[in-house]
Structures are given as C-alpha cells and as structure tokens.
Design a protein around this ligand. Sequence first.
Ligand SMILES: NC(=O)c1ccc[n+]([C@@H]2O[C@H](COP(=O)([O-])OP(=O)(O)OC[C@H]3O[C@@H](n4cnc5c(N)ncnc54)[C@H](O)[C@@H]3O)[C@@H](O)[C@H]2O)c1
Length: 343
Amino acid sequence: MTQDDMTLCQIKMTQDDMTLCQIKMTQDDMTLCQIKMTQDDMTLCQIKMTQDDMTLCQIKVTQDDMTLCQIKMTQDDMTLCQIKMNLIRLENAVAVITGGASGLGRATVERFIKQGAKVVLCDLPTSTGHDVAKSLGENCVFSPTDVTSESDVTAALEIAKSKFGRLDVAVSCAGVGVAIKTYNFTKKRPHALESFTHVIKTNTIGTFNVIRLAAGMMGENEPNVDGQRGVIVNTASVAAYDGQQGQAAYAASKGAIVGMTLPIARDLSDKGIRVCTIAPGLFDTPLLASLPEKVRKFLASTVPFPQRLGNPDEFAHLCQMIVENPMLNGEVIRLDGAIRMMP
Ligand SMILES: NC(=O)c1ccc[n+]([C@@H]2O[C@H](COP(=O)([O-])OP(=O)(O)OC[C@H]3O[C@@H](n4cnc5c(N)ncnc54)[C@H](O)[C@@H]3O)[C@@H](O)[C@H]2O)c1
C-alpha cells in the first residue's frame, strides 16, 4: 500500500467497549498490522502496518487501558479484519473465583462483575454464596464447592463452560486459618494433627486442585495474539514469609502456595497460561471485622503506610491487574503496605 492508499481504509467500532472493531480495507493486500498507543492518555493510537509499503493511519480508542493489540484479517478477500487485544480484558472474561462469598473473594467477584466479566462464584454450600451471586445479576452464578473436592471443582468449571462458554481466569481465595502453638507446655498438649492437616488441605491442596483442573479447561481456549489462553491467581499471605506464633499450619500452607507458583507457571507456559500469587498483609475482611475496635486499630498501626487495614477491593484490583497485564507471570506479589509481621 502506498501512504495515500492508507487514507482509504475505514475503521468502525462495533462495540461500546471498543475492544473489538472492524477495519474495512479498500485494498486487497493488507495482511497484518498493529495498533500501538502513542499517547499517555490512551485516547489516541496509531495503526502501523507491518508490510513495508504500508505506513500509518490513526484510530481513536476510548478505553484507558488498551495498550497493544493486533489487527488480523479474518476473511480471505481481505476486505474485513478485526482488532484482537493481546490482553485478556476483564470485560467479557469468564472467571471462576473460590471463597467468593466473603472477604477478598467476594470483593474480587464484585469487581469482576462490575468490569463486565462473567463469574462462577465458588464457596462452601453453607456459605452465603447463593445470595451474593443472586445480588450480582445474571453474569454471576453460585456453584456450591469445597475446593478440596475434585468433583465439586469440576462441576464449577463445567458451569463456566456450559453457561458462559469457556474459562479464562481462575482466582483462588478460599482459605482457612487456625492459631495453635506447636506445643502447649501449660496443657502439655501438642498441636492437633487434624488442625494442621485441615489447614494444609484447604489452603494448599484446595488451591492446587483448582489450578490443575482449571488449567485443563483453559488449555482448550483459542490463544490470543500473544499465545495466551488463561490466567490463574492464587492467594497466599505475608505469613508465608513472616509467620507468627501459632501460625505453623497457616504459614506452611501459604508458603507452599508461594513455592508452587513458579514451577506451575513453568509447567503451564507452553499453553500460554499465566500463574501469579498475591500475598496480602492485613485486610479488612469479616475475619478482622469481628475483632474489637482496639485490636483493629492496633493492627492498623503496625502497617508502615498506608497505616490502615487493606480494603478488599484493593486486593481485587491487583487480581484485575494480574489478569490484564500479560507480562506478570510466575511471581508472588506482596500487597501489604510494607508490613513485616512481628513474632
Ligand atoms: N483478610 C486478610 O487479612 C488476609 C491476609 C492474608 C491472606 N488472606 C487469605 O485470603 C483468603 C481470603 O481471606 P478472607 O479474609 O477473605 O477470609 P473469609 O473467611 O472472609 O473468606 C474465605 C472464604 O473461603 C471459604 N472457604 C473456606 N473453606 C473452603 C473450602 N474448603 N472450599 C470452598 N470455600 C471455602 C469460606 O466459606 C469463606 O467464604 C484466604 O486464603 C486467607 O488466608 C487474608
């Protein structure tokens, strides 16, 4: 194409969200081109043709966070092509979120729904998952799930597929904790092995159960232009690094999640499935909400900055960032206001 010819192409947005648009070319020989943002405010970007004789045309994009995408011809006659994002955007993404009835999981479900995702909310049958999902409308479905059960998790994933067509994202927030010292010298009683096993089973094995089954379903996805098929986000804790007294079981369960993040990311890399883990500090979830105000204030004062408990939506926001940023992979991210827990 010559430069003049480029002015003859038309760009027509087909969706309000501007993630998909059509370019109608008047030329026969256009095959592949890229859209690259040229301004910080992301309101304007350029299309650069990859063919030598093609030069530049402009497209106006209204979304804030669009960075790089490709235009690929979808028809042999080259009269029509589509813009395909090289990110998985939350809008229209299908996610399974465990522990979604409460706290960090619930905030993540709510944010994802608000951003236009479709969510299968997984939590125990005894949880408020049904009511939470109902309050969020038809893009949210509750699946009663014990994350340690293969059949429960498989059923939840099947709901994602049958109701929403596929699975793009799996976020594990289901978790439990206990506060028991390794040995109680006053009562001459060792840490109950069942409690230790319960925490490891729910937090570590439950998380791995979700990952291994979700990865299988994500592997069936058509890859995007980056080769990406899905994103997995796990929840560890700063206790993985600074476990306190009474946290042997909890810290071990979260340390295991930290430890498996990189090898799983490596295992799934050839299918284009990314894996990241968030290690939260102190967040204002129902667990902490039940503590006396004095204790909550004290806990908040131990956070260097910002000197407060984390808002669950700040956790959900990082989940969104991980899903949308294709270079985040195999990493554990502390989200903790620089807190280092005391012994
Ligand atoms: N709140 C914090 O300050 C904090 C800090 C660090 C890490 N975390 C981690 O974040 C995650 C969420 O914590 P939260 O504070 O939101 O807790 P929460 O108790 O409010 O929510 C946890 C949810 O997990 C569900 N759950 C428990 N066992 C389950 C199972 N076997 N199968 C399915 N669902 C199950 C519960 O029903 C509950 O709805 C946990 O893994 C927790 O360890 C929380």
